[in-house]
Design a protein around this ligand. Structure first.
Ligand code: DI6
Ligand code: FE
Length: 398
């Protein structure tokens, strides 16, 4: 069989099936960026390759996928962080012009090129640890022009770097000052004016909303999701982060790809997610940074067979985190997820949370996105903190 490249003498974590899908003395072969064989060398077909890499028994996983980030934004919130350390309350910070609105101001003031330039170092940090696909949300523009500019900047990241970029419209992230006392009118503007343009220009692959007391109500979220589905866009939701409004169950009724955060998720929500096939995307970085104490219902999710994804939630306010490796450690250390669950959370299940069936496992026909690691066992990818054992990253077979 003709192929472009072979990676041989490797230990494969194919992530196929419910665990690591471990194969020793394994081989991956690719042609035109697609895997044509992933499995034991002993059962490989005759392969005629232009390039052959000897992996010297290193581990190969699917390229890592960060399925929930706010990577594009203006400014940062370090000053607010200092205020919180000095004991300021959220109200103090909001009164001082902090919070999402301060990031909104910095984002509105930034042009598209500036938004790209400030996001690239954050993206490079993820790529350096083996990320091959990254989801990027809007949600700091909160007006027509700024939301479109954010999404264009996000799309452009995929031009500047060899990485897959998936974009999500999160206009329903916070209420902008112009609509200070009329959230319903803001949602109506999103549904009638902004979302149709986002869909027509192909700027977003999904629609998200922050369903929370300090965000949008279930009714407002439902109106946005109904408009999104009517435009043929899948939905996902930030839900049950600070309270239980049953936003996850609402999203599941819209066939949501994922419901994210989920610290306050209850049994009924879990059942709704399980029946809809909605992925639970857990965000231990935000839990850690906000010093949350309410754990997501991990046992309930496991028992119901809800796939668990993990993501950095990289954002300037509650999760300024650009390390999938550290985030996996948090998933294990804080949420008690197993090594297999953490790795599935940033590969197979992260792909599913983005509605991407062409990646996330090492299987024939999938994208040849690989991460090759200098580790003796996959647990080292979850166990260590602040150490990057990546040997090589392969994106689309290169
Ligand atoms: N939940 C969060 O934790 C972030 N957004 C959301 O819906 C907060 C974003 C920020 O504070 O900038
Ligand atoms: Fe988020």
């Amino acid at each position: 069989m003709r192929c472009d490249t072979i990676w041989r003498n490797a230990r494969l974590a194919t992530m196929v099936g419910g665990d690591l899908g471990h194969i020793d003395a394994g081989l991956v072969a690719a042609r035109d960026g697609i895997i044509v064989y992933a499995g034991a060398q002993a059962t490989a077909p005759d392969l005629d390759a232009d390039a052959v890499f000897d992996c010297n028994d290193r581990w190969i996983t699917p390229g890592l996928i960060d399925c929930h980030t706010h990577l594009v934004h203006g400014g940062d919130r370090a000053r607010e962080f200092e205020m919180r350390l000095a004991g300021a309350s959220y109200e103090d910070i909001a009164r001082a012009g902090g919070g999402i609105v301060s990031t909104m101001r910095a984002t509105r003031a930034a042009g598209e090129a500036e938004l790209v330039a400030s996001a690239l170092p954050r993206l490079d940090a993820l790529i350096a640890e083996g990320a091959t696909t990254v989801e990027v949300k809007s949600g700091y523009g909160l007006d027509h022009g700024s939301e479109l500019r954010m999404l264009r900047a996000a799309r452009h990241l995929g031009v500047e770097r060899r990485v897959g970029i998936v974009t999500t419209f999160l206009g329903a992230h916070a209420l902008p000052p112009e609509y200070a006392d009329d959230a319903d009118a803001y949602i109506q503007m999103l549904c009638d004016d902004l979302l149709p343009v986002v869909a027509a220009e192909g700027l977003a692959d999904a629609v998200d909303a922050f369903c929370e007391g300090i965000g949008f109500s279930p009714e407002q979220t439902d109106r946005l999701f109904t408009a999104a589905r009517r435009l043929g866009l899948p939905v996902k939701v930030h839900a049950e982060q600070l309270s239980n409004l049953h936003g996850a169950a609402l999203a599941a009724r819209h066939g949501a790809l994922s419901a994210d955060h989920l610290e306050y998720l209850d049994e009924a929500d879990i059942a709704a997610m399980a029946s809809a096939g909605t992925v639970a995307t857990l965000l231990p970085g935000a839990y850690y940074f906000m010093r949350e104490t309410k754990l997501p219902p991990i046992a309930g999710l496991r028992c119901a067979g809800v796939p668990i994804a993990l993501a950095t939630d990289c954002n300037p306010g509650t999760s300024p985190l650009t390390s999938l490796l550290l985030m996996m450690n948090m998933g294990a250390t804080l949420f008690r997820l197993t090594v297999e669950e953490c790795l599935a959370g940033v590969t197979r299940n992260a792909a599913r949370a983005l509605g991407l069936s062409d990646r996330g496992t090492l299987e024939t026909g999938k994208r040849c996105d690989l991460a090759i690691w200098n580790v003796e066992r996959p647990a080292e990818l979850v166990y260590r903190m602040g150490f990057n054992p990546l040997h090589a990253r392969v994106w689309s077979g290169q």
